[in-house]
Design a protein. Sequence first.
Length: 586
Amino acid sequence: MGLHLFKVHIMSNSVIERKALSGILSLIQQDRQGESVDRSLLKNLLRMYSAIQLYAEGFEKAFLDATTSFYTSEAEACLQDLDVPEYLKHVEKRLQDETERVHQYLEPSTRKPLITVLETRLLKSHVDAIIAKGFDNLIKENRLSDLTRMYNLFSKVSGLDSLKLAWKEYIKKTGIEYVTNAEAENDLVQNLLDFYSSLDNILMTAFASNKAYYYSMKEAFEHFINARQNKPAELIAKYVDQRLRVGGTKGMNEEELEMILERVITLFRYIQGKDVFEAFYKKDLAKRLLLGKSASVDAEKLMISKLKTECGGTFTNKLEGMFKDIDLSKDLVNSFKQSKEARELKDIELNVFVLTTGYWPPYTPIEVQLPKELAEYQEVFKTFYLKQYSGRRLTWQNSLGYCTLRAHFTKGRKELAVSLFQTVVLMLFNSSDKLSFKEIADATGIEQKELCRTLQSLACAKLRVLQKEPKGKDVNPEDVFYFNKDFTHKLFRLKINAIQMKETVEENQKTTDSVFQDRQYQVDAAIVRIMKTRKKLSHQMLLAELFKQLKFPIKPQDVKKRIESLIEREYLERDADNPQNYTYLA
């Protein structure tokens, strides 16, 4: 009765009610602004409101309105004055402070609507502004704690979709900058691996391994890595070559190497031109195997097993065949060395790789007139081989051969590791101390461009086993060459590097063109396969079916050319009534 009378005679008085509410709200605002207030007084007053059943109607509504107004103004001011990390810390602190207020003097029922007001005014209304102002910098600077705070706060206000979109756009934008920067091609793959590693760490640490964010990241990588057709696939293959070469894994243990290969496979997974990767990878693998440049056979096989897991056995069939050829060649050479024919030939030791044409990259045979000793040994091996495998044909790839020569100089004997072309030139000086360029060309049969490079490596490089007149860095057809009898070096075994023309744009283009040619065959086969099944299709329907079946990107105009080619070859015909429709000719 006392509470009822108090409510009727005191709190129903409009002046008292207004002053009491105004005073309470004023104290709460002072508390929010960091001023010292009597919280026990607030607690007692608000318990009084609850006791006379005026809390919800007489206080809470006005309190929430005042809170909305306060935090609306504060959000706008803070967004202008604070950077994003500081603003998010401020929001986090405000949420903690208001939760503490509920515990100290507000009713528990107020907590939910109060926190909703805060989240709406401080976060939800400004999600896009917060992202635009600082999200990219947080990722760039790898601010994991700030990104975690942003993710957790945005998850409270349904802001994760906007954050996911920003995440995807940032990856696309940054990735395209990497891929389209032609000046930094040599560092592209390492930059992308570091970029992926950083993003993956953010995804796991700050974004709680959110699957939706992972798929967004995947889509973004697929988008930008194929923005520059074929080049990333080529550079990834080159990167693997560097890592699997002698010296490429220096200072690494097996676990570190496997981790690098796994990350490379992740990039490889995103490229559409996997056939481009295969072409360049196969060419580099061939060099590593034939020239003994592979750092580890186990690492090579590990890489192939990863490719097989990713793309299936058909993709790695030729790569595995290359290893099989190397192993079979070792057994074959051991058998040859024990044969009667080989034992009769002294002073020369021969190692041969017998390669299956279909497994290895195509090599253009280069003719050369071998010295009698080498030509005789080749013929003996050929006879031995064809006895065991009749019906086969051997083609010698002289450009891939290399030799170790014993050379006698005035100041001592040396062993020279040289290419076959260098060997053929040097052995001419066994019978002559002085030879002109023309005489060397006539005696060796090496074409002029290759011969110039070979003589340049022997007479103009750091280790000059030959001397030339006139002196200079370049070789000309008028030059004359001498054996350098006074050559000296502190080492006994010397490697004289051939002046390799680094893979020129033309060579890379040749590899890419061969891939393009293979793609044309695949497109033709796919068109015939589809038309054979469907019998009759419109141009648009045929395009749609092709895009589904082909594993590489193709332009509609290229498809049109292939269709024209198939019509000329009478696989297809156009309908007389509608030229956009094609019919399969059985």
